[in-house]
Unconditional design. Structure first.
Length: 85
């Protein structure tokens, strides 16, 4: 039997202005938002070279991460959730 996607994850969320600089301003499901965030991180080489669980913020992500220069990938989802409605 095929698994059904969780409806809560598929519900579109609206990124605020700070997060929109990274993922765009259109409403999108949380799963797509996370994918776009990782595309941005990999494109700009922001994943820490030694500890791959950490993300080093550039100017755009610094605003999303609340001024933190480095966050873990688990902390990142918590910080990003503050920027969606």
């Amino acid at each position: 039997m095929a698994r059904k996607p969780n409806a809560a994850f598929m519900k579109p969320v609206h990124p605020d202005a700070k997060l929109a600089l990274v993922v765009g301003s259109k409403p999108l499901p949380r799963t797509e938002l996370t994918k776009k965030l990782w595309v941005y991180i990999k494109k700009h080489g922001l994943q820490d070279k030694k500890n791959r669980r950490n993300i080093n913020a550039d100017a755009a992500l610094l605003a999303v991460f609340g001024g933190k220069k480095t966050v873990s990938m688990f902390e990142m989802t918590k910080l990003v959730s503050k920027h969606v409605s």
